[in-house]
Design a protein around this ligand. Structure first.
Ligand SMILES: [Zn+2]
Length: 656
């Protein structure tokens, strides 16, 4: 492992807190050191307060911040003198510790300080870095982990047995630090948990972390336990239908829709083919705080009921031994291992599922390296239970209030790169859904760079392309719960007497046939939607009120309208709702350039303004207006509505 410190980068950060931000980000950049909110760092700074008195402030990572992206305001400024006084108490409950730290900070708006704050405060050095380095865990999570760690580090590290993070661990470390520490001590290993390093400067503390982790890596290398990537003999291909069924089962067990990401690659397939898979995968996580994301053990195979029963038994066994009464979490697995597809990772959002997948990817490394050292050994179920059901960890996950309306659900939008389709993507993302956008143009692939969006270039008139897009959607997110049929064409105005076959057919192919293909292909997935499937058809004012010169367009949209009404009848028993919006005169789409708009307005003898608001309400209708209505039609307001056609046109005299 190499130091990522660069003088020219470091120059952009000022003062001790600035450099604390910089080296925290350097730690965060290396996923084999810390993953998503894991690890924490601190710096002790002397500052003058409002009264002119000097006091020592402990700036410690606040909860909810990732080291990789932390900012100065991500550090909670706690009065060090109070932290040290707290440490003198014979005991301190976790909620009281949180309260004490929160009420002794310099900034009311600062985040809650890390649960390891007292530990950071007790360490005498100015800078303290803490990670859950894969290499260190690979060594500690073995039968004779402690001896190996002492062999590797000698006097350089104080060694602490596993204790749950909090007040007692902090006090224990302070005591052991005095007892075991020598002038050569630059770090501390917490068995089955992680490693600390210290230093007088940000760079020293960070580079000692790199040095210590490198020693563990070299040790693994010397024992033939470094390069252990599993290879796979078979190239399995996950089946979309089976994955969607699995995700439905997960959602039912979780009591809420879940996103499920399937990772079929040589590495995951190799791991699931490991002859000792049951033994090595069913012990526990690499470090306890992963349990919050991954649950204690992955599910082997696809029997969710059996997993849920075992999870219930684990709760019943350990909950009565806890100090306070515990409420059972949902019993759905978050990691699924199966020889048919490799690994699937589940979470309430696409981001969470991606985090679970990444954590387990690193867990595979830790397990295989520990195996190569002589046998992976995780903490006891009781130790893991205590972290999983720890009040403070629960509070961490619960903050944020009520989830957005479509969290855990997946929407598929056609014609998603521009106009109404693009606005639909935005409306769904804002409501918490994962979104798959299909479009003919390649711009769709880069429309949003975020975990909950997948843009696929797809010609929706080609059934094989639609099928493969659906497969990708299900592999990425686990299903399709909402379908928005938006892609369409609006040919130039032409009278029936002059209408070429080709133009007629093209309108029918894109506006009608493609939507039949999409509905047919999506039906099995919509049927599996945890909250029932929903289809929204973007129709047209031309359905109830056609205009001359638009026969191909109007006829294709009218036929689509009938198709949607019949789908509403046929699919009601499958709990799938099918509703239509009829927009009119939506001018902020690719079809309407300023030039065309001016031309059209002139044709009707109007100003552009008057032409845009030529409706009963004298209001302009935007893509966003259409998208908002269509998104709402998928939500609880329309839960009892199917087969409806709702205009979004500012009121049209001919329609009314
Ligand atoms: Zn930790």
């Amino acid at each position: 492992m190499r130091s990522l410190w660069k003088d020219d980068e470091a120059k952009q950060f000022q003062g001790d807190l600035g450099l604390r931000v910089y080296t925290s980000r350097l730690l965060g950049r290396d996923k084999s050191l810390v993953l998503h909110g894991g690890g924490n760092t601190s710096v002790k700074i002397r500052e003058r307060n409002l009264f002119g008195e000097e006091e020592a402030i402990l700036y410690v990572k606040g909860s909810g911040w990732d080291l990789e992206t932390i900012e100065p305001q991500g550090f909670s400024p706690v009065r060090l003198s109070h932290v040290l006084r707290l440490a003198e108490l014979p005991s301190l409950s976790d909620p009281e510790m949180v309260n004490q730290l929160a009420t002794h900070m310099l900034k009311a708006a600062a985040p809650a300080p890390s649960i390891e704050t007292i530990l950071h405060g007790l360490m005498p050095q100015k800078f303290v870095d803490h990670t859950h380095a894969d290499a260190v865990l690979s060594v500690t999570n073995t039968k004779d982990g402690e001896k190996r760690i002492r062999d590797i580090y000698g006097k350089r590290c104080v060694v602490i047995p596993y204790l749950i993070p909090g007040f007692d661990l902090a006090r224990y470390c302070a005591r052991e630090f005095k007892r075991q520490g020598t002038p050569e001590t630059i770090g501390m290993v917490l068995l089955n948990h992680g490693i600390f390093s210290f230093g007088a400067t940000a760079r020293e503390s960070y580079e000692r972390m790199i040095e210590l982790v490198t020693l563990a890596e070299e040790y693994l290398g010397s024992k033939g336990a470094w390069s252990v990537a599993p290879g796979s003999s078979s190239a399995a291909r996950p089946q979309a239908a089976a994955q969607a069924e699995l995700r439905r089962g997960l959602s039912d067990a979780a009591g809420a829709p879940m996103i499920m990401r399937t990772l079929t690659n040589e590495r995951t397939l190799g791991f699931v083919q490991h002859p000792q898979l049951a033994r090595i995968s069913q012990q526990g996580p690499a470090t306890p705080d992963h349990v919050i994301r991954t649950k204690r053990t992955p599910m082997l195979g696809t029997d969710i009921l059996r997993y849920a029963q075992a999870y219930g038994a684990y709760f019943v066994e350990h909950a009565p031994k806890a100090k306070e009464p515990k409420t059972m979490l949902d019993s759905a697995p978050r990691v699924i291992l199966d020889t048919a597809f490799g690994l699937a990772a589940a979470g309430r959002t696409a981001k969470e599922a991606a985090i679970v997948a990444e954590i387990y990817d690193h867990t595979i490394d830790v397990i295989l390296r520990a195996e190569a050292l002589g046998g992976f050994r995780a903490l006891s179920p009781k130790d893991i239970f205590d972290v999983e059901y720890w009040d403070l960890e629960q509070a961490k996950l619960k903050k944020g209030g009520k989830p957005a309306v479509f969290v855990g659900e997946i929407a598929l939008v056609t014609g998603a790169a521009s106009g109404i389709g693009k606005a639909m993507v935005g409306a769904f993302l804002e409501r918490g859904a994962a979104v798959v956008g299909l479009d003919l143009t390649s711009g769709i692939e880069s429309l949003h760079a975020r975990q909950d969006f997948l843009g696929i270039r797809c010609d929706v008139t080609d059934e094989s392309q639609v099928r493969s897009a659906l497969e990708r959607a299900v592999i990425a997110f686990g299903g399709v719960d909402m379908l928005v049929l938006n892609a369409g064409i609006f040919p130039a105005s032409r009278r029936i007497a002059e209408l070429p076959d080709e133009e007629w057919r093209k309108s029918m192919t894109v506006n009608l046939d493609a939507n039949l293909i999409l509905m047919r292909t999506c039906h099995p997935f919509l049927k599996l939607a945890p909250r029932g499937g929903r289809v929204v058809v973007i129709g047209s004012k031309n359905v109830p009120a056609p205009g001359p010169g638009a026969s191909a367009y109007s006829a294709s949209k009218a036929a689509l309208n009938q198709l949607a009404r019949i789908a509403a009848l046929e699919w009601g028993a499958d709990r799938i709702r099918v509703n239509t919006v009829h927009p009119n005169a939506v001018f902020d789409t690719g079809l309407w350039t300023d030039e065309v708009l001016a031309q059209r307005a002139k044709q009707y003898g109007m100003t552009v303004e008057a032409y845009k608001t030529n409706n009963v309400l004298r209001t302009e209708v935007s893509s966003r207006d259409v998208a908002e209505l269509a998104a709402e039609m998928c939500g609880p307001l329309f839960a009892k509505t199917t087969g409806a056609q709702v205009p979004v046109d500012g009121g049209n005299e001919r329609v009314i």
